[in-house]
Write a protein that binds this ligand. Structure first.
Ligand SMILES: [Zn+2]
Length: 436
């Protein structure tokens, strides 16, 4: 039997999905939760550490990030007279940055992004990683060199990571990769799967990740789906972020992107597929996604002019909604969660669109920022919830932050999600170790 290394207590918390006053958690020496309760902690369990006037929450799970894009924060908000700016012109600027980076610069920017995530209460990141090779497409001596730079950055700051290692093959239907996309492309799908096999053999948590319907043809997509299904790996992709992508897919496949992914076998297992964005979708797409995940990235979707994720309809259909910081222009899942609800309000001219059965808003938004992200990354048994047998991945919200000071405790989580920011995060723990 493990001996308790520590008992932690807080003023309030959400433990095993339930709001508690005076929660306590007993951790073993490996940082795993072995027991929890509320009120006075039992006296015989080792040293008690009181975290003070805070709300203890599961650590946030960021289900979609491109860490390197933090480097262009603030760099895409100018245009010359007469020029149009859109997702596609933003992408050109992003490609410029992507192609200029050395492995050590990728390590450094990933470290900056992951450090900022930890400070924002994010304890696990799904890194949608597509910079693989040298700018001209030549492999490094180790074909996983850049993936390892990202993994090393995560390990060095102490954030949990699932490497959503991307397969990228082309610019579009019958179009070879553009010169600025060569860095993203493996020689073929077998070469990609060899890289994935190596990472898996080393114990790296990975996802199978066709970049988007435009970047992968149908045959490769079927190969990727059957590999993921055979090995019980999550599948992530960018889906219907821009109308042009739907038009091109209709021309190539005769269907929507969601239907094309389903036809290739990507949605064969329930809760194994994550559609990142899913902004421009129809009723048939919503049916396909009803037992899968949608990862909304509202601050990026607003920044890039993508449109709004119809979260209320997707949730009522049964889809799980996760959240991502995507371009990392903003790293704050509290703001992402708020925008999910507020974009619905702006679109519908109605309020309280994402409340749960009891009429409360915060449980839906907290679930999006925690459990649904863990589910999307295939790590539900490890992350997203404070419960017995799981590593203690947690963050706390400071009740004496100037934005929350003086509010009654029953309103605090709605105040955080409707009014607050990640500035209110005080402590962050990963696997029982204090990281902030
Ligand atoms: Zn993305």
């Amino acid at each position: 039997m493990n001996h308790a290394s520590e008992v932690l207590c807080a003023a309030h918390g959400v433990v095993d999905g339930e709001w508690l006053d005076a929660p306590w958690l007993e951790l073993d020496s490996a940082g795993t939760i072995v027991e929890h309760g509320s009120g006075h902690p039992p006296a015989d369990r080792g040293p008690v550490r009181d975290l003070g006037p805070v709300v203890l929450l599961p650590g946030f799970v960021n289900a979609h990030s491109h860490a390197f894009q933090r480097a262009i924060r603030g760099a895409t908000h100018r245009r010359d007279a007469g020029e149009q700016s859109s997702f596609w012109s933003w992408r050109q600027a992003m490609y410029g940055a992507a192609n200029a980076m050395t492995p050590s610069q990728i390590y450094n920017v990933s470290r900056q992004a992951f450090r900022e995530m930890l400070l924002a209460g994010i304890t696990c990141v799904g890194e949608f990683h597509y910079l693989h090779h040298q700018p001209d497409g030549t492999q490094y001596d180790d074909p996983n060199e850049l993936g390892r730079s990202v993994l090393a950055a995560a390990a060095d700051v102490g954030i949990r990571i699932v490497l959503l290692d991307v397969f990228y093959a082309r610019a579009g239907h019958r179009q070879a990769a553009l010169p600025e996309q060569r860095r993203f492309c493996d020689h073929d799908v077998e070469a990609y799967l060899r890289r994935i096999d190596v990472l898996r053999s080393e114990g790296v948590a990975v996802g199978v990740t066709p970049h988007s319907i435009r970047a992968v043809d149908g045959e490769a997509l079927r190969t990727l789906a059957s590999y993921a299904n055979a090995n019980t790996l999550p599948i992530h992709t960018h889906l219907s972020e821009q109308p042009r992508e739907n038009e091109e897919c209709l021309h190539e496949h005769g269907t929507s992107p969601a239907q094309a992914f389903a036809d290739a076998g990507c949605c064969a297992r329930p809760r194994a597929f994550t559609a990142v964005h899913a902004v421009h979708i129809d009723d048939n797409d919503r049916r396909i996604l009803a037992n899968q995940h949608v990862c909304a990235c509202p601050t990026t979707e607003a920044d890039l002019g993508d449109g709004i994720v119809g979260a209320a309809q997707l949730l009522s259909d049964g889809a799980r909604i996760a959240l991502g910081s995507d371009s990392n222009a903003v790293i704050d899942l509290i703001q992402e969660a708020r925008a999910l609800e507020m974009h619905e309000r702006l679109a519908s001219q109605k309020r309280l669109r994402l409340v749960d059965d009891s009429g409360q808003l915060w449980p839906t938004l907290l679930r999006a920022a925690t459990e649904s992200g863990a589910s999307a990354l295939g790590i539900s048994a490890t992350a997203g919830r404070l419960a017995v047998g799981r590593p203690f991945d947690a963050c706390t919200v400071a009740l004496d932050d100037p934005s929350l000071d003086g509010l009654p405790s029953r309103n605090v989580l709605d105040a955080v999600f409707a009014s607050g920011t990640a500035r209110t995060i005080r402590h962050v723990f990963v696997g029982g170790r204090a990281r902030v």
